[in-house]
Design a protein around this ligand. Sequence first.
Ligand SMILES: [Ca+2]
Ligand SMILES: [Ca+2]
Length: 268
Amino acid sequence: MFHFNSIKKKILNIIFIIFSLNILLLSNLSSFGNAWDNGNDINNPMITPVGDMPVIDGIKDDSWDDANSSDITEGTPITLFIMIKSNYLFILVEIKVGNHDDNEYLRLLLSNSTESENDDFYDAKLIQNRNFDSENRSYRLNDQHLSGEEYVNEDLSNFNGSSNINEDGYSFYEFKIGYSSDNENDTLISASKIFVIKIQWGNSENANDPSESTSEALYIQIKATIPQEDPEITELILDMDIVSNITFIVVISAFAIIFMMVYRNKTY
Ligand SMILES: [Ca+2]
Ligand SMILES: [Ca+2]
């Protein structure tokens, strides 16, 4: 009896250690890298509210007051604001550090779905600065797509953007992205859609000290009511949801009835 209790105690100790290690591992994973504090989970995406139409000038004006936001709190402090207006997705990224390389850039990476492997971020929008920390600053915009492991420029552009530095020395990147695009390489945006974005920022190869950081995945959902080009598609998706729910209930009920009939047959 004593021997059995001792084995039981050892097994319980091992289970306790495995359980504790799992909790440690999970808490480390959740704080790893450039993680967002909002919208970091596919089941809890960041919702895009309807805001006012902002001027694309790299300045965070009052039109951003109704936007939803998410923060990267470890490493470089960054806040991303998001909203929609008139079939455009607006994103503003604030990098809260005082010193900026003359060649600082910010690239928005977009997946066309909820998939978030590196290859899934096929579409990208780049704002590349020149002389950023001086009076003569300028920037260029490039709509891009992934080719191998690099983002290459496209002839067609489906966004407008701008960058600027405010009185605190923080840099701002402001994007205006159209829902639809003539370029098959671009992410298409539509009502109810959940998709993933990442941001990538750094100093270009021409910089004195080249660097690049990439955020964790940020799940966003276009959820406000927006006039759709083809409303029948949305209605069909909703109907299919109801149909699949009803089918599920019918199948489960059928199994329950069959099970009860077999059970009764066996008992009589
Ligand atoms: Ca602005
Ligand atoms: Ca593109």
